[in-house]
Write a protein that binds this ligand. Structure first.
Ligand code: ATP
Ligand code: MG
Length: 483
């Protein structure tokens, strides 16, 4: 494999600028970490980390001068680091450092160090490689832990004894699993054992950093791999016990149900082939989350999970809160999909009325397409004939959704009669009856008793008002009888 990267450095003038700035300041300079790894793996990357044996801030200031007016420099004085944003690239500059950790603190004692010290404190062998930008060794790879070999063998391995690396910063356990999932690598056995031995240390890591890594796992092509690693290491039990509760099959009189953990992982992988929407992927993770809590055995019917969709939806806000995920419309979206995930299945039967289809479109609104995606992903039968049958059933449901929506426009339902109109027509003060009338009109539209149009809704409003003991003012009486 390649050992000199000087040819690559022609691709971006920043490398020459950093090299020149290092020479001026008389400090050794290197490209380091993820960029080097991704360069060797031929993964494109817009983040480049530079390390120098000296002041990272002074180096960044010098490089910014070289880059000119387009460069936006930010100095993080407290951390002794600086960043430059330039033409869509993000450059980070740090001085090489040595870190020593104390048993009871997350925060290491940091001192200036050599390049080797800096490489020692990095998380994995494949993330600890540096390439020199000094004139005499320009483009040379400095790879003290043979990260190159691990890249070739597709292995995640800590540079030091795993116990040291993981107890120094337990987030690295999640990073190991995240990189394994992103890169489709194995975790080297001693490194994996190191995770198993230190899972409890994850408790000192902030939820934000944990969730960040989890979301990165969820955004890979095949997150099931990451979740299996989380599960088998014991980390999942600590960070997401609701999910480990899905695992296992209970048997009564020889009758079992499917293992909901592996089913959920399959649904998640399926949906990842259909969408990059993080929240739709979260809906897949959570769609059956309340199955264990609703699981019952009936002598005749076997295993049932009645109401798991409603209970699951009810849990979504707390789960989002715990993970420090947003509690805004994104949470509501996931909640809605969890709550409705069985509805399209109920619509497969040809005898189902338009009204049922209309109600689902009304409730799902613009997310009805995503709901159908979730339902398709939810088909995990191992029997290809059955999968084919289910998929074609869903095509039929989609056709009916289109037909109903074209005719009745309930997806973005706008009440055809407004509260103001009701007030004017019956000359009444704002009161509860207005809401009641509006609800009854909406129900009539969803049931298909009237069309979703202003004329039919107006006529019904007059009738409903009268039923509630109201009388339309004169001019509306005549309009209503004209109609
Ligand atoms: P990506 O940007 O794709 O997440 P990356 O490897 O660049 O991957 P960053 O989090 O950007 O990851 O970190 C850059 C580099 O800093 C890493 O390659 C690694 O060398 C080092 N690093 C980051 N976080 C840690 C950590 N928790 N412990 C040790 N080294 C770390
Ligand atoms: Mg990075």
């Amino acid at each position: 494999m390649q050992k000199n990267f000087s040819a690559h450095f022609k691709s971006n003038p920043v490398f020459d600028h950093v090299s020149a700035a290092g020479k001026e300041l008389k400090v050794p300079v290197y490209v380091v970490g993820g960029y080097v790894r991704d360069l060797i793996l031929k993964r494109p990357s817009k983040d480049i980390d530079f390390v120098c044996v000296g002041s990272g801030i002074a180096l960044a200031k010098e490089v910014a001068k070289h880059l000119g007016n387009d460069a936006k420099l930010t100095v993080f004085k407290n951390f002794g680091t600086a960043a430059i944003h330039h033409k869509g690239f993000e450059y980070e500059f740090v001085g090489a450092r040595k870190e020593s950790y104390r048993e009871n603190s997350r925060n290491p004692v940091v001192e200036d160090g050599t390049l080797e010290d800096d490489q020692n404190r990095r998380d994995f062998t494949i993330n600890a490689m540096a390439i020199s930008l000094d004139e005499e060794s320009y483009g040379e790879l400095l790879d003290p832990f043979n990260g190159m070999e691990d890249l070739r063998n597709m292995l995640i391995r800590t540079p030091l004894e795993p116990g040291v690396t993981f107890s120094d910063d337990p987030l690295r356990m999640l990073r190991a699993i995240r990189f394994a999932t992103q890169l489709k690598f194995d975790i080297e056995p001693d490194t994996f054992q190191g995770i198993i031995d230190h899972v409890d240390r994850i408790k000192i890591i902030s939820q934000e950093r944990i969730t960040d890594e989890l979301n990165k796992i969820i955004m890979t092509d095949k997150p099931s791999y990451g979740f299996q690693l989380l599960f088998h290491s014991g980390l999942l039990k600590l960070i997401f016990p609701e999910m480990t509760d899905l695992q296992g099959v209970e048997k009564i009189h020889g009758k079992g149900h499917k293992d909901n953990f592996y089913h959920t992982l399959q649904v998640l992988d399926n949906i990842c082939e259909m969408t990059n929407n993080l929240w739709l992927r979260w809906a897949a993770i959570l769609h059956d989350i309340a199955k264990p809590a609703t699981q019952r055995f009936h002598e005749k019917a076997g295993w049932t999970f009645h109401g798991h969709e409603d209970l699951g939806a009810k849990w979504v806000p707390n789960i989002f809160k715990k993970f420090k995920l947003p509690l805004d419309e994104r949470m509501k979206y996931v909640q809605k999909l969890v709550r409705l995930h069985l509805r399209p299945i109920a619509l497969v039967n040809d005898r189902v009325t338009d009204s049922a289809v209309r109600r689902m479109v009304f409730e799902a609104g613009e997310d009805v397409g995503d709901l159908m995606t979730l339902c398709k992903a939810d088909v995990t039968s191992k029997n290809p004939e059955r999968v084919k049958k289910y998929r074609s059933n869903f095509k039929k449901v989609e056709k009916r959704i289109r037909e109903v929506e074209e005719r009745d426009h309930v997806m973005n339902f706008n009440p055809p009669v407004s509260g103001e109109q009701i007030i004017e027509v019956f000359d009444i003060k704002p009161s509860k009856v207005i809401g009641d009338i509006k609800t009854e009109i909406k129900e009539a539209i969803l049931d298909g008793r009237i069309k979703n149009d202003e004329k039919e809704a107006f006529e019904l409003m007059i009738k409903l008002g009268q039923k509630h003991g109201l009388t339309p003012v004169e001019k509306y009486l005549s309009t209503s009888s004209d109609k």
